[in-house]
Structure formats: C-alpha cells, structure tokens
Design a protein around this ligand. Sequence first.
Ligand code: SAM
Length: 248
Amino acid sequence: MDERVAGFFNDQAADYHASADESDIGRMGMGGYHVRTAAAIKAQIAGRVLCVGGLWSRMNPEVLGSCEVTVVDLSADMLSHYQELGVELMVGDARSLAVGDNTFDHVVFPLVLHHITDQSGVVARSNVRRALAEARRVLKPGGRIWISEFSVSRPVYAAEILLAPVTSRALGLKGIPLVVMHHADFYQKSLREQGFGDIALKPIQATRASPFDLIQPVIGLPMLRVPRFMYPVTPVLITARSEPPAAR
Ligand SMILES: C[S@@+](CC[C@H](N)C(=O)[O-])C[C@H]1O[C@@H](n2cnc3c(N)ncnc32)[C@H](O)[C@@H]1O
C-alpha cells in the first residue's frame, strides 16, 4: 500500500470532490470528458462491477444503473464521498486486491493508473501491468475491463519517463506524488500480455471544450492553470475482454 499516495488523496479529498462539477468544463477543466466517459461506460455494463481508484463518475448515482458496485481506493477519505450511493467500499491497492478470483463481470479503472508510480517512470509501467493482472484475476472469464485515462504522444511519453526523477523531486517539494500518463499503445500491449483480447480504444471528445479553457493540470496545485491546447493529453476509454482460459 502506498502511504504517500493515500495521504495525499486523503488531504485532497474534500477539494477534489468539491470540484466534481460535471458540467462541460468543471473546476479542473475536464468535466465534459468525465460526463462522456461515464455515459460510455454506463451504456455497456451490468452485473457485478469492481471500480478501482474511486468511481467512474463522481456522485452521480444514475451512472450506476442496476449494477452491484464495489469501490476500492487507497484513500479512505476519497472513498467516504461515495458512501451515500449505497455501494460497497473497500480500502485497498489496485496491485493486490482483497477479493476472490472470477468474481466480477466488469472492472473499471477510472483515472487511477497514472497515479500508481512509486515515484519512478519505470516502476509505473510495471505497476500498470500488476494492476491489469489483478483485474484479470478477479474478472469472470469473458468479463470486461474499462480504463479511463489520459494518453500522451510518444515524444511526451519518452520525456516523462526520462525526466521522472526530476519531476518527482519537483512535485515532492509540494508533497505531490509523481504521476505518469502512459501512451495508449502501452496500455493495449500490456492488456494483451495479461490475457485480454477484443481490445478497443475510443478517444473521448467533449463538444464544448475550447482549446483556450484554463485547465488545472496537477491535483494539489489549484493555482496552476494552463490553456487546454498546452496540456498534451488525450482522454481515452480503453476496453478489453478477459479471454476465457481455452482461448489463451
Ligand atoms: C484522480 S483520482 C480519480 C478519482 C475518481 N475515479 C474520478 O474519476 O474522479 C485517483 C484515485 O486513485 C486512487 N489511487 C491512487 N493509487 C491507487 C492504488 N494503487 N490503488 C487504489 N487506488 C489508488 C486515489 O486515492 C484517488 O482516489
């Protein structure tokens, strides 16, 4: 369990959830993307759902539909905001889930995988693989995984990994853990390696998002704002099916 990340999100929980204005822009500038992502997931899931790293839509009970939802998060304070939705809550780590094998119809990773870094670009990549392997273990054969993420271009990804030691130190001065946004191909390759097939990736468009909206790119730095066109990420929704053993 990463106490540093848990402590950071415990401190940020009230502000983070207060910014859950799921209008087109939202306080952090990504509201429209969250709404679209939530709608795309909701349209395609049912049954038992494990949501790792908080819910895929903040405080909007309608997106849960008739699903039976369990939410896992490192941060008890982030989790507490979902209490009134009547979902099952569990403090835990995406890399080692305290749930049995073959339990869920769907596993959702909503904006969490870029936070599991252990302060290193290289370890961030192996952590993603570990989290996907856990998802594969707890999914029923044929179950689906959903990854809502910010994807970056290859040059940005290379720079992120190379500069991770410096970025980690700089963010550390403000008590902010390192984040690493991965390239979409990395997620797709890792999914295949972990026994997933039928992989699909959809860029998420938010119709009223302007290139000149002021975005808050870093959780924990509310004063830092950049125009959207300078923030080099593409919101994507990736889904894949856990291949039944016979197909592997
Ligand atoms: C950016 S927030 C996303 C919250 C919510 N899913 C959303 O879409 O608004 C990232 C969340 O991931 C959680 N988190 C970070 N590392 C984690 C890990 N290793 N295992 C489980 N949750 C983790 C944090 O505590 C935080 O609640």
